[in-house]
Design a protein around this ligand. Structure first.
Ligand code: NAI
Length: 301
């Protein structure tokens, strides 16, 4: 099996000044990629800004013999996203790999959540991924190559108490992937999504200390490297990953129940009668696009 290398490739990692993003940027640099280390350098809740986080990671990549530049824009605006991609194009001529990783937390239970807490979390995670992906996609399309990795969370995929904003934003990243994978298919742009669990400032007061020590960001890095590489031909997939466990996650469509003939009205009581069949997941399919769901309608239309 050939080594996974990124010689000649240009990568953008958002939120690469710390935690997971830093680990990805360092490994990309070691494996030959030219890296744009983007980080706003703010606090865990998204407040403030500083250049030092991104600068330190650039220093470390260079110390290891790699090439990197820092970018301090926020992903959360269109102009910020454009500047991040411009930084890749101006310094290294293109962009091949984008890892949408920047993130913050503003946790509150639903009744206590303020509009501003909702807005900023959606802006950084979801709008931020769009703002960087759009200009990066344009360059990737021209070059006929792109690898995009989005970052969701088990909180989005499965739910978590106290994170209405975060759960919603993170599930939105799956929606964005679904679109980008379909629109990117004919340009060799693959888009996948990871749901990591790893020790970082985002999880230091959430994970029990014993677990925190074991859940090293380095365990997430190999999956992200593979998904970012030419070797990866898969797209539109979601992966759980933590501590050496890697597992595909999917949104599936159950076979369900066919009631009526497509003409006669259907009563609520018939739904109740068929509830076991409607909710039974044992016979299911992964759909590649919206149109495929019409296949379930059979003789009804
Ligand atoms: P982290 O806090 O260590 O790193 C996030 C980085 O993003 C920080 O360096 C921060 O300055 C940067 N950032 C924040 N807002 C930004 C903005 N507007 N523009 C540019 N950069 C910005 O956190 P961690 O854990 O490494 O998180 C990375 C990603 O993984 C996030 O999207 C997070 O939601 C996600 N994630 C992490 C999990 C974990 O267990 N650590 C679990 C599930 C998802």
């Amino acid at each position: 099996m050939a080594d996974i290398r990124f010689d000649g490739r240009v990568a953008i990692v958002t939120g690469a000044g710390a935690g997971l993003g830093k680990a990805y940027a360092l490994e990309l640099g070691k494996r030959g990629a030219k890296v744009v280390v983007n980080d706003l350098g703010g606090a865990r809740d998204g407040s403030g800004a500083s250049t030092s986080a991104a600068d330190q990671v650039v220093e470390e990549i260079k110390k290891n013999g790699g090439q990197a530049v820092a970018n301090y824009d926020s992903v959360a605006t269109k102009i910020g996203g454009e500047n991040i991609v411009k930084s890749a194009v101006d310094n290294f001529g293109k962009v091949d790999i984008l890892i949408n990783n920047a993130g913050i937390l503003r946790d509150k239970s639903i009744l206590k959540m303020e509009e501003a807490e909702w807005d900023i979390v959606i802006a950084v995670h979801l709008k931020g991924a769009f703002c960087v992906t759009q200009p990066a996609f344009a360059v990737m399309k021209q070059n006929g190559f792109g690898r995009i990795v989005n970052t969701t969370s088990g909180a989005g995929l499965y739910g978590n108490f106290g994170q209405a904003n975060y759960c919603s934003a993170k599930m939105g990243l799956v929606g964005l992937m679904n679109n980008v994978a379909i629109e990117g298919a004919k340009y060799n742009i693959k888009c996948n999504t990871i749901a990591p669990v790893a020790a970082s400032r985002l999880t230091e007061d959430i994970l029990p200390p014993d677990m925190f020590k074991k859940l090293k960001p380095e365990f997430i890095v190999p999956l992200v490297m593979y998904l970012s590489s030419e070797a990866n031909q898969d797209t539109k997939m979601i992966f759980n990953c933590a501590a050496g466990w890697y597992s595909r996650a999917e949104i599936i469509c159950a076979k369900g129940a066919t009631i009526g003939d497509g003409n006669r009205p259907i009563s609520a009581e018939e739904i109740q009668q068929n509830w076991a069949k409607i909710t039974d997941l044992s016979d299911n399919k992964v759909l590649t696009n919206l149109g495929e769901s019409f296949g379930f309608l059979g003789n009804l239309i």
